[in-house]
Ligand binder design. Structure first.
Ligand code: SF4
Ligand code: SF4
Length: 624
């Protein structure tokens, strides 16, 4: 049966837009999901294989029909191979993003990308020293050039672990080394995934999955961490600041430019161009009172964290933003961008502008972006949006009023600064029981779960039970929309957490950034573990991705668990067709890596699992 707008989302701004879509006969992701039902159960269970052209092959999940593919691959092999390919794709997406960020940094250092500057010099020098680069008698640019080539070599390194892994506790490094999963070059691990899953190569489920963990570690402690660090050097390390979220951030009288995707390389320039006096004058000529830049997904999180630029919504709100009829330009780079935006923007006056040399979509006005002319291209893009303002059809415009304040910008550095320079006060609060533990809640939206229901309810349960939540990605945006990212949200927390938040003036849910910034969580967890002299797996901490959908999330889940954090998934991964793989992921990994996965779509039950885990870890540490 068709879902109502209320059943599709818990967010009232989204409900209003979903109703508008229905009234105007506009199709959204939810309609296309309904058209897909029932979804293929072979795919859901992970037991179909297309890895060679003798197939496709599929396994009978009930054990009554075919038990093997034509080559003899069993359900265990097929499920493990499919999972490995998902990890490879996710790790590739994060790491290719990182590569582009480093290449921009390199061009800037060589004087070939004049629009960019080094914004965090201290981080430049501390990263350089981590990489063994001496700054003595060298200009800042010379140090930057050396650092860029050292970072680029992490992608193709053939031997030895990538360097950022040294940030992990000693015991974790030792464990990875003993298991043979310390990550080598990022590209090498990803290529090896593709090799191993080719017909007739790796055909042992456990062996395949161990390489999955290794590849995911090259993402978490490699690609994602490098992206975060170098973006901080280029654009500044985030510090706490206030902003606003949800569709109500769109303006009735300003030119609305949405930046959507994942990379801040272009959006940093768009934010600057939106303040260009020439373009502001043009906007006035066209009848607008200014230029309003708003974000969607992680490009939005990047500009939110560093500039306080408002965010219009999560992954599932990208279509809803266009449906307001008030968006002059939807500017996209890479990842999580629905190809449906082409048709959809055609129903309104919105210009759909694709900018990445790697990503094009049907129905875009292509304005390819290259660092050498970064600001000029950004200006051209904003100008196209401004010139589109008079084409807004006022009869089609409806912007929901919902707009929520939020406090963002909690990089690991900012959190440590708020704590007075060391994790000691946080550790004291945990040891004393005011804070029971740390919950890392991250990830996407997924039409299989009511929009934001999993995110918001899980996080509310955790803070109610005195668990401090750190968040990134679309979970962070969902929490912001629900009013959980303001210091006043401490009223929803248990007494202990509430007291700590009130004393520090912080929200009980700390926004740490975009999806690649989950690496910030790893750095924070390592700092806490190192202070206590324990491993990450000993900490009273747990992770969750209540509404995950992307392959990047599979890589994230794998590296978070491999780093020692028990993680609850809110949507079911395509692995249930193999009992062996399912058992390994949910139980077996515990004995190997000190953490495992659980799957629980109900956010209240998921919170119980996390709380139980946190209590167990407290007990093991001798804490009450
Ligand atoms: S690799 Fe094996 S299971 Fe996969 S399609 Fe080819 S024959 Fe079938
Ligand atoms: S959380 Fe998921 S949907 Fe949201 S931006 Fe990140 S990868 Fe995309």
């Amino acid at each position: 049966m068709k879902q109502t707008a209320f059943e599709k989302s818990i967010d009232s701004a989204s409900q209003i837009m979903l109703q508008k879509a229905e009234d105007e006969g506009i199709e959204t992701a939810w309609d296309r999901y309904e058209q897909q039902l029932p979804q293929c159960s072979f795919g859901q269970l992970g037991i179909c294989c297309r890895n060679c052209n003798m197939g496709p092959c599929r396994i009978d999940p009930f054990g009554e029909g075919t038990e093997k593919g034509i080559c003899g691959a069993t359900a265990d092999i097929i499920v493990a191979r499919n999972l490995l390919r998902m990890i490879a794709a996710g790790a590739a997406a994060h790491s290719d993003h990182a590569r582009d960020a480093v290449l921009t940094f390199k061009k800037m250092s060589e004087g070939k990308a004049g629009s960019y500057r080094i914004k965090d010099e201290a981080k430049l020098y501390s990263l350089a020293s981590e990489y063994g680069i001496s700054a003595e008698e060298k200009s800042r640019e010379e140090v930057a050039v050396e650092l860029a080539s050292a970072l680029l070599s992490e992608f193709g390194k053939q031997e030895g672990p990538i360097l950022c892994t040294k940030r992990a506790p000693e015991s974790r490094l030792k464990l990875w080394s003993e298991l043979g999963i310390e990550p080598r070059g990022i590209d090498r691990e990803i290529v090896e995934c593709m090799h191993r899953t080719h017909i007739g190569v790796d055909n042992d489920a456990t062996h395949i999955l161990l390489h999955g963990l290794r590849t995911s570690l090259s993402d978490g402690w490699g690609g994602s961490m490098i992206a975060t660090e170098i973006q901080d050097v280029l654009f500044g390390t985030p510090e706490p600041k206030k902003s606003t979220v949800n569709l109500g951030v769109l303006s009735h009288d300003k030119v609305n430019v949405i930046v959507h995707g994942h990379e801040p390389i272009l959006s940093e320039m768009i934010v600057e161009a939106a303040e260009d006096p020439e373009l502001l004058e043009l906007a006035e000529e066209k009848g607008a009172t200014g230029i309003n830049v708003a974000g969607i997904c992680c490009t939005g999180n990047e500009t939110l964290m560093r500039h306080g630029t408002p965010i219009a919504g999560t992954f599932l709100q990208q279509e809803l933003a266009v449906i307001t009829g008030a968006v002059e330009a939807m500017v996209v780079d890479v990842q999580c961008i629905m190809p449906s935006l082409g048709n959809l923007t055609g129903c309104y006056h919105t210009k759909f502008i694709s900018t990445s040399p790697k990503a094009d979509f049907p129905g875009t006005a292509r304005m390819e972006f290259h660092e050498e002319e970064a600001y000029a291209t950004a200006k051209e893009i904003v100008k196209a949006a401004v010139e589109n303002f008079p084409n807004r059809n006022l009869k089609k415009v409806s912007i929901p009023e919902e707009k929520q304040e939020c406090m963002v910008g909690f990089s690991a550095e900012a959190i440590l600064k708020a704590l007075g320079g060391s994790p000691a006060p946080l550790i004291e609060a945990i040891a004393g029981g005011a804070i029971k533990g740390i919950g890392a809640v991250v990830g996407c939206n997924n039409v299989k779960i009511q929009h934001n229901y999993g995110h918001v309810n899980l996080v509310k349960e955790l803070i109610k039970n005195n668990v401090l939540v750190v968040t990134t990605g679309c979970n962070a945006i969902a929490c912001a929309e629900a009013g959980l990212l303001v210091p006043e949200a401490a009223a929803l927390a248990g007494d202990g957490l509430k007291g700590v938040c009130e004393a520090l003036g912080i929200p009980p849910v700390l926004h740490m950034g975009s999806c690649v910034d989950i690496s910030r969580i790893l750095v924070l967890a390592s700092a806490v573990a190192n202070s206590l002299g324990v491993d990450i797996s000993d900490l009273p901490a747990a992770g969750a991705a209540p509404e995950w959908m992307s392959e990047k999330a599979v890589s994230i889940g794998a590296y978070v668990v491999s780093s020692g954090v028990f993680t609850v998934l809110g949507t079911i991964p395509p692995v249930l067709g193999s009992q062996a793989v399912t058992a390994l992921l949910t139980k077996g990994l515990d004995g190997v890596i000190g953490a495992s996965f659980a799957v629980e779509p109900d956010p209240f039950k998921a919170a119980d699992l996390m709380l139980e885990h946190i209590e167990g870890k407290r007990k093991a540490l001798g804490l009450k």
